[in-house]
Design a binder for this molecule. Sequence first.
Ligand SMILES: [Zn+2]
Length: 387
Amino acid sequence: MKTAFLAAECVGVEGRVRNAVVVVEDGIVVSVGAREQTAIPSGASMVDLGDDVLAPGFIDMHIHGGAGHDVMEGTQEAIAALELHLARHGTTSYCPTTVSARMDVTLRALEFLANEIEAVPRRPAEELRARPLGIHLEGPFISKEKAGAHPLECIAEPSLGSFDRLWEAARGHVKVMTIAPEVPGAEEVIREAASRGVCVSLGHSNATLEQTRCGIAAGGRHVTHVFNAMRPLDHREPGILGCALADDSISAEMIVDGVHVHPEIVKLFLDAKRGQAVLVTDAISATGMPDGQYQLGGFVVEVKGDVCTSHGRLAGSVLTLDRALRNVMKFTGATLDTALRMATMSPARTLGLCGRKGVIGPGADADFVLLTTDGQVSRTIVGGRSQ
Ligand SMILES: [Zn+2]
């Protein structure tokens, strides 16, 4: 079954295509081209997307919840509600992210998330839900000095034994792991995780430049929410933050909600990281909900406006990726296409999914978002299906 999507403009692999036709078969993009140069296959159903811009669906590699639900809750209803909410905001793929919790609680959450990930191919195709790519383990192998809102008693020393227990519970569906490289035992775990294909992200860390470089040499290739939960920048000891900004071999993520970092710093980040700059939400269950008290993993977070705190420390956000995209344009003057790359192609590359996710090109999954020129979501398409 082929579908031809007609769009006034499409953000293709090599830039904008005007009057575009995107042909999709069985959830995969077959071809992308200008209408006058592209033959529409006979029998293909036609979907006219109007005047908006067709872009790749957003990828959120760091998100704990939304629509009143946390990914560690362990119910199918929670995951369904979250994924519907994500799709409404243009996010088509995500990494459900755990926070440090008691080991038995974490293991149970990982088993449940592994079930959900394995169930994706069996889901009814008409459900317009974001799809999980794999789990992001944020903790327990982080620094107690830079724990942020993570409960100190749940932080564990990294060891191959405990990593293996987490890996087994998740049945190998660990896609990202945030770890502090300076903590004893971390290097060995980074090496092992990287060899199993995990995107090792350095963060919640008080590492010096030297310790960060050791973490990168062991296999670290990303940095978790730069500027937050890390040693501040010092011009004589650049530390993990200096390294994150200056080292072109690694990518880094930022929470652009206007709360976690000042708008001026977003420009600095984008200038420093360019194609390696990734937008994440770090969103919690309160996202899309009124102010109040909400759950993040095993603890309670107070939410007022855009600010989420636990014991006076920032604890995640209520950001959505479409808003992050608009914030990047507003804070830095970046174009829609530049901001888009931070939510599509760059996270796909970081996750090792180049060509399959984050682009609209032959062979890629047909995950799209239709955007107005100022970055508002007008429609989302997951696996070639929309409502
Ligand atoms: Zn987080």
